[in-house]
Design a protein around this ligand. Structure first.
Ligand SMILES: *Cc1c(COP(=O)(O)O)cnc(C)c1O
Length: 387
């Protein structure tokens, strides 16, 4: 079956009540038939649920669907996207190991790489997203992991995953891709050679701004290591959130198609607007890596970034003039969202650090929602006129 169908039709078996929609298994533990079964479950001789920090039917369904959508052997779900990032790094690395990471990573990921992991002797070297020579030079004898975000946030740089995996091949390096901006309907890092794909399910996968969640996808061997770490450190997702997210996957393909077609049109119109310095969108021919984006991705996604003429001042006026857009820190919601990365998601970085990842004071990030595209454009156009 095609992915669109899989996302809808792969679900748990019906219970004795023959419900059409999967029920919520809001339970912390599971009852054993007898002492012998309890022993078999704990010793992993027998598969089955023991305790919801380890597994839960709703969580398993969510993981199973995500694995099918991304072509992964296995997966693990977490309480948030950051829990997924931390679990991967915590499970796979040890003191003395080294990470090479693309420079423009999510704000909290940056904190983790530069302030938290060094406490445990794990170090990181950043490389500009598309500096392939830079990656080759940054890889050391103790480099165990390459961490990439593509498209990057908020600069929307596109990294050639096959070029990176060609560099790391045979060196015992795990390539991890944060695939949050693309969703499984926009890009599948694993068939392109990556070892692990991570999502913040909080964004497009939930898609309605309700719940946090994260998911890690990869080979059975790698997920086994991740499971060993996660079972005992407890970054597990709530059954309720997994249930919501699994339901949300049923509509993701349709939502993402609409997000992307509206975003593409908005990006095209912004590019022609006299108040706009430049626009960045993967499927605009003006994107420096347009050819690669078309090859590596199935759609351009919902995120559009642009620089308004007049810098910080006009940027603030623009945000304050928007009526329809929400000013909020989320993205990938049904509702269109505008943010100002310099004062929000990337405010913990210094101005120099922001500049090095392409975030100027006047940069605006739009997450194009599912409202009628003409209403979205009307709001942007009016706000631009007032700025
Ligand atoms: C939001 C986000 C995260 C973190 O996810 P949470 O669910 O907020 O913890 C990680 N990476 C990217 C690209 C994100 O947008």
């Amino acid at each position: 079956m095609r992915k669109e169908t899989v996302a809808i039709r792969s679900q748990l078996n019906r219970s004795e009540f023959q419900e059409h929609s999967v029920p919520l298994y809001m339970t912390s533990s599971y009852v054993f038939e007898d002492a012998a079964q309890m022993r078999r479950r704990f010793s992993e001789e027998e598969k089955g649920n023991i305790y919801s920090r380890y597994s839960n039917p709703n969580v398993s369904e969510f993981i199973e669907k995500m694995a099918l959508l991304e072509g992964a052997e296995s997966g693990w779900a977490t309480a948030s996207g950051m829990a997924a990032v931390f679990t991967v790094l915590g499970a796979l690395l040890k003191s003395g190991d080294h990470i090479v990471s693309s420079r423009a990573v999510f704000g909290s990921t940056h904190k983790l790489l530069t302030e938290i992991l060094p406490k445990w002797g794990i170090t990181c070297t950043y490389v500009d997203a598309v500096n392939y020579m830079g990656y080759a030079e940054a890889i050391q004898a103790n480099t165990r992991l390459v961490y990439l975000e593509t498209p990057s946030n908020p600069g929307l740089e596109i990294i050639d995953l096959q070029r990176i995996t060609a560099l790391t091949s045979g060196k015992g390096i795990t390539v991890v891709v944060d695939n949050c901006f693309a969703t499984p309907f926009g890009q599948q890092p694993l068939p392109l050679g990556a070892d692990i794909s991570i999502h913040s399910a909080t964004k497009f996968i939930d898609g309605q701004g309700r719940s946090l969640g994260g998911v890690i996808l990869g080979s059975s061997e790698l997920i086994k290591k991740i499971e060993g770490f996660a079972r005992h450190t407890g970054p597990c997702i709530s059954p309720f959130n997994a249930w919501l997210l699994s339901k949300s996957l049923e509509t993701l393909s349709v939502r993402f198609e609409r997000h992307s077609s509206s975003a593409h049109e908005i990006a095209r119109r912004l590019e022609e607007h006299s108040k706009v310095d430049w626009v960045r969108y993967p499927f605009l021919t003006s994107h420096p890596d347009y050819e690669l984006a078309k090859r590596q991705m199935q759609s351009g996604g919902a995120i559009v970034t642009f620089q308004i003429k007049g810098g910080q001042q006009s940027g603030q006026t623009f945000l304050n003039s928007l009526q329809l857009f929400s000013l909020t820190a989320n993205l990938g919601d049904t509702r269109s969202i505008a943010t100002h990365p310099a004062s929000t998601t990337h405010s913990k970085l210094t101005r120099e650090e922001r500049a090095s990842v392409g975030i100027s004071d006047g940069l605006i990030r739009l997450s194009i929602g599912l409202e009628h595209p003409e209403d979205i454009w009307d709001d942007i156009e009016k706000a631009l006129e007032e700025s």
